[in-house]
Ligand binder design. Structure first.
Ligand SMILES: Cc1ncc(COP(=O)(O)O)c(C=O)c1O
Length: 364
């Protein structure tokens, strides 16, 4: 007898984060992980430093100070908030708690990869629904709902496409699910979205017994390295997550920094403004080079490259890396002809647009 993991585990291709280095390039510009262009609020950094005094003490396990700060910011009931070691932890814990072997986990064709991992690591069956024009197709999702569907993950907006579903569409998706199917609305990029018809899932999670919304401090709040996310849940789901989470899953430094980041509303506002301005600028500048750029509401854009030799996404990736510019290849998402670009600081954005112009103009 040899030791083997649960069925599904060995089907997992381990998640690979965005590259951070290039051989032979001293200080590359990392635009591969949708991190904040402007970094964390100085108030958050100060709170982090102050928390050093408490490092010998276990943190309060339920992240009460952070749950209260989130509750105050959004007018939510802190008892229904669960914090996690990044929102990834919460997305996975939901699968750990609710999936039985053979249960189906539904998501869309180009959905965030973690949903598949969460399904497979619990011997669940990943089911993916085709998208239309790189947008989640609610009808295609509903057509794949079966008596075995237990979890439905929806990234809104989605990574890596940057497209979003409207409130009407998300509500229609929910209306087609049984009460014992959980809809998880992953709103990791919600703070960046300015569209009035956008659905971040907060009201739905507040009202409906089978909807959870997840959020993160890794994007607009600039705290990806500290690993903090949260979920707003129906009370029984919050109860379940508290049972299965690690007893001290959010460090004291992370709790304090995140609470301070949340309260620095001016800083968040400036980060959103920066994103709005430079996402539009990048979209326009890159389209002028002849490339296709998908309209995005997040802090990144998906760029589609031609199939002609000398102009492909893989060749562009190499060309950019040689110039110290790291984007994200998304072949593992089924998009081998695309690269994803995170909106960066002004100088980085200008360099990427110029380099892509050079790439498209060069003789091949
Ligand atoms: C759609 C989506 N959900 C969740 C996450 C995970 O974020 P966290 O850093 O909170 O684990 C990401 C990060 O890239 C994401 O793109």
């Amino acid at each position: 007898m040899i030791l083997t993991p649960k069925p599904g585990v060995l089907d997992i291709a381990p998640y690979v984060g965005g590259r951070a280095s290039v051989a032979g390039v001293a200080d590359p510009i990392k635009l591969s992980s949708n991190e904040s262009a402007l970094g964390a609020s100085p108030n958050a950094l100060k709170a982090y430093e102050d928390a050093v005094k408490s490092v010998s003490i276990y943190p309060e396990g339920s992240a009460q100070i952070l749950r209260e700060a989130i509750g105050e910011t959004y007018g939510l009931d802190p008892s229904r908030i669960v914090c996690g070691n990044g929102s990834n932890e919460l997305l996975t814990l939901l699968a750990n708690a609710y999936l039985r072997p053979g249960d189906e986990v539904l998501f869309s064709e180009y959905a965030f990869l973690v949903y598949r991992l969460a399904a497979l690591s619990n011997s669940g069956v990943p089911v993916s629904a085709p998208e239309k024009n790189l947008r989640v197709d609610v009808d295609a999702m509903l057509a794949r709902v079966s008596p075995k569907t237990r979890l439905v993950y929806l990234a809104n907006p989605n990574n890596p496409t940057g497209t979003y579903l409207t409130s009407d569409e998300v509500r229609r998706l929910h209306a087609g699910l049984r009460p014992d199917t959980l809809l998880v609305i992953d709103a990791a990029y919600a703070e960046y979205v300015r569209m009035s018809d956008y659905e971040n899932g907060m009201d739905m999670a507040a009202r409906l017994p089978n909807v959870v919304m997840t959020r993160t401090f890794s994007k607009v709040y600039g705290l990806a390295g500290l690993r903090i996310g949260w979920a707003y849940c129906p009370a029984p789901v919050a109860d379940v997550l508290h049972r299965v989470r690690d007893p001290f899953n959010v460090s004291i430094a992370a709790q304090c920094a995140a609470a301070a980041a949340l309260r620095d509303k001016d800083y968040v506002g400036r980060c959103v403004e920066h994103n709005e301005r430079w996402r539009a600028w990048l979209t326009d500048a890159i389209r002028k080079t002849g490339l296709v750029v998908v309209d995005s509401v997040g802090n990144f854009v998906l760029i589609r490259f031609p199939s002609a030799s000398g102009k492909t996404a893989a060749e562009a990736d190499r060309f950019l890396c040689e110039r110290g510019l790291i984007l994200r290849a998304v072949a593992n998402y089924g998009l081998p002809d695309c690269l994803r670009l995170t909106v960066g600081p002004e100088s980085a954005n200008r360099k990427v647009a110029a380099a892509l112009g050079e790439f498209m103009a060069r003789a091949t």
